[in-house]
Structures are given as C-alpha cells and as structure tokens.
Design a protein around this ligand. Structure first.
Ligand code: SF4
Length: 683
C-alpha cells in the first residue's frame, strides 16, 4: 500500500499472533492499516517477527464476514443482527428447557481480548447455567496448567521472556522457539552470544539445535525418561540444591525412589540419546547459578503431557532453579491471549483467576457480582464436548474465534459433532468450521477494538482500536453483551474498560491492574493492589503453593506406538510463516508465496527404503484417515519419524487420535501418531 508518512496516524497496540505479545504501531491511512512498525515494550524490546510486521492483510481483507448469516434450506444467507441474535437466544432457551443447560457448550477464544473471554464466561455460566466452557488451551497448555498448578501452585510461566538473558544455562525442550515464538528465539540467541550455554532436546533438528552446546535428538514421547535420567544423574553426583530442597519442597523421598532405576543407560534405550550426552546435559543444567527451562507443545501435547510438565518441575525444584532471575520453568504459550483466556475462566473447572467452580467462596463472590446462582460441577472440555455432540448429548455448540475443523484431533469425527449440533460460529472469516454453522456472527479483529491481551509472561497489555470494522461486523464483547441482555443478565457496559473494571473486582490477581496503569507498559499478574508493581518473577522467596511438590512420574510408551499396520511415527508442529489454522496468515499474499502448501519431512533413510524422492506425493494413513502431501527429504527428522505441520486443512489432524487423552487434563497426543507412509502417484 502506497502512503506518505504525514498522511497516516499511529496507533500503539499489541500483536494478535503469538503469545510473545509484541508492542507495535499501526500506521493508519483513512480507515486502513497500511503498515505495522515495531514499538518498544518490555516483552519485545522493539523487535517484531515476519508475521507481526507483514502479515496484516487480513485486517481489511475483502473476504471478511460483514453481516450475520443464517442457514436457510441448507445455505448460509445474510441476516440482520436482530434475526441472528434472536435465533441464537431462542435456541439456547429451547435446548435448555428440553435437555438442560449442560446440553449447550461454548468455546471461548485465545484470539480475543480478556474482556471478551470474561463475557463468554459470564454468558455460559451466569446466563445459560453450564460450566461447559473451554477453549483451545485444552489442545496446547492444559497440561501446563494442570501440572504446574499441582507442583508449584501456579500454572504459568515463572520468569519474563527477556530474563532468559540472565540464564547461565538454557534448556529448551519441545519448543521450536525461533519459529513459533520468534522474538523469544531472538532473546535465546542474544543470551547464547553473551555466553549462556544452550541445551536443546527435540525430535527434530530445529534451528536452535545447530547453535546448541548439546543437542539431544529424542524420540517423540520420551521426555519423562529424559528428565528422570537427568535427575538420577544429579542425585547420584550430588549436584542437587540441598538447602532449597529442605526449605522449599516436599516429598523428595518419593522423587528419589522414582528415579532410582532411571539410569542414563536405560534412558538411552527409550530416548535414543547416548547415555553420556544425558549425563553431560544433567551436569550442565545442574552445575550453574541459574538455569532456565523453556518448553512448549513438544512437552504438553502428549497423552502424558501433564506428567511431562511435572517431570520438568521436578528438575527445576531439585536444583533450586525457581524464584530467581535467569531460572524458572517457562512454558511458552502459543496464541496472543491464551494466557488471558485461561485467566478469565475459559476453562470448565475454574472461574476467572483460577477460582474453582465448586468452592463456596467462588460461588459467593460471583453470586454477589452477577446476581445469579452458578453451576457447581465442572463442565466438559473441548475434547469431550465435540464427541458428546457427535453422540448426541450436546445439542448446541457456540464457537467463538476457534477453528476446530483444523485445530482439533481426528477431523472426520470433529465434523460429525459439528454437523450434528446446532452450531453458532462467531469469527472474522468464514472458516472451515464456519462453513458448517447454522448461524454465523461476524466479529471484529484486534485492530478494530479496544481491550487487553495477557501475554505468555502474564503481562496484561492494551489493545487499541485503529480502524472501523467492515460492514456489520462487531467486536465480540458487543455481540456477547447483546446475548447476555436477551438472556436476562442485564449488562450495559459502555466499552471494554467497564468490563475490565468488573474483572478487577472478581479476579484477585488482576485487582491492581487498570487501563490507566498499563497505558504505557503492561503489568504482570499477580498484581493484587494498585500500589503493587506486578510480579515478573514468580515464587521469589516462597513457592506459590507454599512448598514445591515433587511428583514422582514414570515413563510410559505412547499407546500409538507398535501398531503393525502403522509402524511409522508422525509428529506435528508449526512453521514460522503460518499461524495456527491460517485464518489470518493465508490472507497475506507474501506469506502464501513463501509457504503455499502442506508437506511432510522424511529422513533420507526412510525415503530411500520407501522409494520416495523430493517433491513426490506421499500418502500418510492412520486408523482415522489418510492425507496426501509432498515429500521434503531432510535429516532434520529421525529415520522412523515424519513431521507434518498442522496448519493446513485435510492435513495432520485428519490422522491424530482424539480418543485417547491425558488423564489429568484431557489433552490429546498430537505429537505421537502411529502412521503408515507410502509413495503415491495420485492426489
Ligand atoms: Fe507477533 Fe509473536 Fe511475531 Fe511478536 S513474535 S511479532 S507477538 S507473532
């Protein structure tokens, strides 16, 4: 877009892509964002990645939804807001009357603001009367929330991102940091250049593996074995932090017993990493003043994801790497506001600020705030609600800003659930999920509304309106407020600021944060009072739980392994250029030119055994279905493992297993799928 600088105005806001939460300036000419420039903020220190800087064509894209749609005689047709909202209200009322409130489930969104997540929570729980509210954190960091809340008392990143530059040793496991969280990746590189040591454990030779002091190419699904063996070495060589263990932890005896047999030699047979390398990694991690653990989906997206997380927590606790600069257990949250969506109670078992739905104090606090009685038994997760819709007990799904047709496991089964229920989709484009809807509600993008996002380091930052939404599209908070009013929970918020003021009153960790205080720079929760400066580092002086809990965990092989008909292992992940289900990035011609289509990475050994050459069409099958993608031959992956990015439709999630879930938090095992890979000639 051509423009002269003097024709534009600048609007400072927060990036709507990943959880880093970069600060940026939108240059606006008339009603169009013509360019995005970096701005200085504590999270990004003036940096932006390719997505934040260039992938903004989606904002005023001609394909945006500009009017509500209602399905009539099988076709989605334009409708007025009045018609669409009345129809949704009537459906809610009828289904609730006939089948009870629990026959309705709502998916909130990691893409929208805190204020909007809060209202979705109020709609589902306060106005409809069910705890069936969840969002895509179920598919990414539900295991973090469950694991770290149990062991440390807080299920969030312990240290700010830029603090990694204070680490003497950085241990990155299951995070392709430079591609999925590019600015965080830049901090790791800066730390590395300044002398920090780097250990990388990953099934793929990711970019940072090339710069690592130690690279451990582990087999998918073997992380618990690696952590336990590292702890075994630490204890055997007396590298543990005895004072920290004594003063700040409990149940160390259980940990000692659990890792007694986990020798590096045993771990070598499970992980594929030489025992001596495991020893070196353990020594390097333990023998430092401050070691930081950074992890992401490679740890969490497993059927034992929660135990993976607990095993990393054990590693940090046994070496005293918590509550100080350069240390910590640092889950990198994927989406711009996935942290905030969790904080706002878009989870079936907790209200805003993680207050359990069944605690008498929570019930009393929200009864006073909202004036209604609340449901008290935990609701369905995303991974339970969609199968329940397929089987018929959930009759209505309200999906705000999510695209389960691509993001959820076992696409064919997902489709069955979405088709069977009465489906309401609130989004910015007619996504693969929207195409199946009965009612579509057109929403505004981040640049068209006010509010806040909370980034991966718990920093609450402002989102500001730069342009008007196209046509009849409206901010999600406005849409939700109309429904609250129609369902009898009268709400007259003038804007997101009013909603945030209500959040402060009911969410103790946000109580001290106000729009005025975060005008220039965000604040990290917990921030209990206006006089409090926020908490960039958790667990300083005292673990939030009181004492850090050692949770003994044991490695179990993934149930996906060892199937005769599906002997290869598929792992999934992200690439730098696309974001999640491509709803936004696919609208940028520049991005599409670089990354236009799906592919599979195959090791040269597997390729030659199966007669596959670069660019050949490959059929990948699992018990759930089959996909066809082009081969890229590379030794980044192991000989038994193939990698498929999950961004494209008819892609990786056609194959993944949605039935076997982590017992603690119900996350699926996206990272290990038994498949059969074959060369094929046809599309
Ligand atoms: Fe946006 Fe994340 Fe890139 Fe920053 S690192 S510009 S938040 S996508």
């Amino acid at each position: 877009e051509k423009y002269r600088y003097w024709e534009t105005r600048e609007v400072k806001t927060t990036c709507a892509y990943c959880g880093v939460g970069c600060q940026m300036k939108l240059l606006v000419k008339e009603n169009k964002v013509v360019e995005i420039l970096p701005d200085k903020g504590a999270a990004n220190e003036g940096l932006l990645c390719v997505k934040g800087r260039f992938a903004h064509d989606f904002i005023g894209h001609p394909d945006r939804l500009t009017t509500p749609l209602i399905r009539r005689n099988g076709t989605l047709e334009p409708a007025s807001w009045e018609e669409a909202l009345n129809l949704v209200t009537e459906k809610i009322q009828t289904i609730r009357q006939e089948h009870g409130a629990d026959a309705i489930a709502g998916f909130s969104s990691a893409r929208v603001t805190n204020e909007e997540n809060y209202l979705m929570n109020k709609l589902m729980r306060g106005a409809i009367g069910t705890n069936n509210i969840d969002h895509c954190a179920r598919l990414c960091h539900a295991s973090t929330v469950a694991g770290l809340a149990t062991t440390l008392g807080s299920g969030a990143m312990t240290n700010p991102m830029a603090d990694v530059k204070n680490a003497e040793v950085i241990f990155i496991t299951g995070s392709n940091t430079t591609e999925a969280h590019p600015v965080m990746g830049a901090y790791v590189r800066q730390a590395r250049k300044a002398g920090s040591k780097l250990i990388v454990a990953d099934p793929r030779e990711i970019e940072l593996a090339e710069e690592a002091d130690l690279f451990l190419k582990i087999r998918p699904g073997s992380s618990v074995a690696l952590s336990n063996a590292m702890i075994h070495v630490i204890l055997q060589e007396k590298l543990e932090n005895k004072t920290f263990i004594e003063e700040h932890t409990e149940d160390v005896d259980q940990l000692i017993a659990a890792v007694a047999e986990c020798t590096p030699e045993w771990a070598e047979t499970v992980t594929g990493v030489p025992a001596e390398t495991i020893r070196q990694a353990a020594r390097m991690y333990a023998d430092s003043h401050a070691s930081s653990i950074i992890y992401s989906m490679g740890i969490t997206q497993h059927v034992n994801g929660t135990e993976n997380v607990m095993s990393l927590s054990n590693l940090a606790l046994v070496t005293g790497n918590l509550g100080k600069p350069g240390a910590g257990v640092n889950p990198l949250r994927g989406q711009n506001n996935v942290q905030g969506a969790c904080d706002m109670g878009a989870l079936p078992n907790v209200m805003p600020a993680y207050q359990p739905v069944n605690s008498p104090e929570t019930i009393a606090r929200f009864k006073e705030a909202w004036g209604v009685a609340l449901p008290q038994s935990p609701g369905l997760t995303v991974t339970q609600a969609i199968p329940a819709a397929a089987e018929g007990s959930v009759k209505m799904l309200y999906v705000m800003g999510e695209n389960p047709m691509i993001s959820d496991p076992d696409t064919h089964h997902v489709k069955e659930g979405l088709e069977k229920a009465f489906l309401v989709v609130q989004d910015i484009f007619l996504t693969e999920t929207g195409q199946l809807a009965d009612v579509v509600l057109p929403a505004a993008v981040f640049a068209e509304k006010e509010g806040t996002f909370t980034n991966t380091e718990r920093r609450v930052q402002r989102v500001r309106q730069a342009v008007m939404a196209p046509g009849e599209a409206r901010p999600d908070w406005w849409i939700l407020m109309q429904l609250l009013n129609r369902l009898g929970l009268e709400s007259s918020y003038k804007g997101p600021k009013d909603i945030f003021e209500e959040i402060r009153r009911v969410a103790p960790s946000y109580a001290g944060i106000s729009y005025d205080r975060i005008e220039e720079e965000g604040l990290c929760w917990p921030c209990p009072a206006e006089s409090h400066g926020g908490t960039p580092i958790l667990h300083v002086g005292k673990i939030a739980r009181g004492a850090g809990l050692f949770k003994p965990v044991q490695w179990q092989p993934s149930p996906e392994l060892g199937q005769e008909a599906y002997p290869d292992i598929m792992t999934t992940g992200r690439i730098l250029y696309h974001f999640h289900t491509r709803t936004m990035t696919a609208k940028s011609p520049g991005i599409e030119a670089i990354a236009p289509e799906n592919y599979v990475e195959i090791h040269p050994e597997m390729a030659s055994a199966k007669g596959i050459q670069e660019g050949d069409l490959v059929a990948i099958a699992s018990p759930r279905g089959e996909i066809r993608v082009k081969a890229r031959i590379t030794d980044r992956v192991d000989a038994q493992v193939v990698f498929v990015p999950f961004h494209w439709s008819e892609g990786a999630n056609v194959l993944t297993n949605g039935e076997v879930l982590d017992p603690y938090c119900k996350i699926p095992g996206f990272k290990v799928t038994g498949v059969n890979v074959e060369k094929t000639g046809d599309l």
